[in-house]
Ligand binder design. Structure first.
Ligand code: ATP
Ligand code: MG
Length: 353
């Protein structure tokens, strides 16, 4: 109640009334002085002189009123100029918020509106840019294998100049390239499919230790191809989580796949599960190539690859970790990376049941 009264006192209406009162008192004082100096008497005045006196008083009142309310009028003008500039697209204008009256409230609301509009415009620009980047990257990644598929098919078409062995070799290459195209297209679908808030997951309770044993099992062929061993150390007690097994397998599979792909210089990769407070933790560790500190966050962005060049043979399209992150976040979990001479660790935390 008190606050309302306080606001009332500072309101524009009260302010203008006070200005009018001050102007009126000042006018009356001036008139009183004029009467005494010129020894005038109201009773002796004719109707014409009375009219002149009234006009004269009104002029003095108006002059005083304009003088006292000059700051308020100036402030109002500033607000109008600001609004005009915003209307013409200049979103850098920030209106001064002076006092607590209605004009200050208007200025404040306009500032908030400006920030919201500028924020929305920025989000729209970023979305446009992301879409453009996506199209450029996808176009590039589709074109590279497609160009060599066309090139090899062209060679195979010229039947007469190739030996059967060469033909077989080229067909195998074409097959591999077509497979990598298929993988890329699948990754693209998955990336958009598993975007946060868009995808409904089908959860069930299971033990993360058992789950990890299965995942690592599936990678034995690629591990032995790269002559790597996988050290496993799991939490002695069951780690019950409520997750979509298929999706989680995709996310963790991407981490193990990366560990094998980028850790082939080391002798082994390591997979751990632990309990940390109310969370279950999965760690996938590899040695060899180190991810620079400034790239540790970026590796989870779509299409980001530490190697930069998109045509390098190692690695794929830079979607694996972005997909993994989307999936982990769908499960209200977190994923982070650390990398140094002591190894590269990808750590996933998921809430325990
Ligand atoms: P994709 O997984 O889509 O086939 P990718 O492996 O290049 O392609 P991500 O899995 O998203 O893409 O990884 C992004 C980048 O992060 C990789 O290109 C690589 O440079 C780096 N990276 C990822 N995992 C590791 C790791 N375990 N050790 C070292 N670098 C890694
Ligand atoms: Mg990958």
């Amino acid at each position: 109640m008190k606050r309302v009264k306080f606001r009332e006192i500072r309101s524009l209406r009260v302010k203008l009334t006070i200005y009018a009162l001050i102007s009126m008192i000042a006018t009356m004082l001036i008139m009183a002085v004029a009467f005494s100096v010129f020894q005038l008497h109201l009773m002796d005045m004719g109707i014409n002189n009375m009219a002149i006196l009234l006009i004269f008083s009104l002029l003095i009142f108006t002059a005083f009123f304009l003088l006292i309310s000059y700051d308020t009028i100036l402030y109002l003008k500033e607000i109008i100029i600001g609004i005009e500039r915003m209307k013409n697209g200049d979103m850098t204008v920030e209106l001064q918020v002076e006092g607590e009256d209605e004009l200050a409230i208007i200025a404040n609301s306009i500032n908030e509106m400006r920030l919201r509009i500028a924020g929305e415009a920025m989000t729209k620009r970023i979305a446009e840019q992301t879409k453009d980047d996506l199209i450029t990257n996808v176009a590039h990644d589709l074109r590279t294998p497609l160009t060599s598929i066309i090139g090899y098919l062209d060679l195979v078409k010229r039947d007469d100049i190739l030996t059967p062995e060469q033909k077989d070799k080229y067909i195998r290459i074409v097959y591999d390239k077509a497979k990598s195209l298929e993988n890329l297209i699948e990754d693209l679908f998955d990336y958009t499919r598993y975007e946060k808030d868009k995808f409904k997951i089908e959860c069930s309770d299971f033990d993360l230790n058992q789950f990890m044993i299965q995942i690592v099992d599936e990678f034995y062929p690629s591990l032995s191809e790269k002559e790597l061993t996988c050290v496993q150390d799991f939490c002695p007690e069951p780690l019950m989580v409520c997750c979509d097994g298929e999706l989680l397998a995709r996310a963790v599979g991407n981490l193990v796949n990366n560990a094998i792909k980028y850790g082939s210089d080391g002798k082994q990769i390591e997979v751990y599960t632990k309990k940390k407070g109310s969370n279950a933790v999965i760690q996938v560790v590899n040695y060899g190539r180190i991810i620079p500190k400034e790239d540790l966050e970026k590796v989870f962005e779509k299409f980001f690859r530490v190697e930069g060049s998109r045509s390098l043979k190692t690695g794929g399209t830079g979607l694996g970790l972005a997909i993994a992150k989307n999936i982990i976040e769908l499960h209200k979990g977190t994923i982070q990376a650390e990398s140094g001479p002591a190894g590269t660790v990808f750590q996933v935390e998921l809430p325990l049941v």
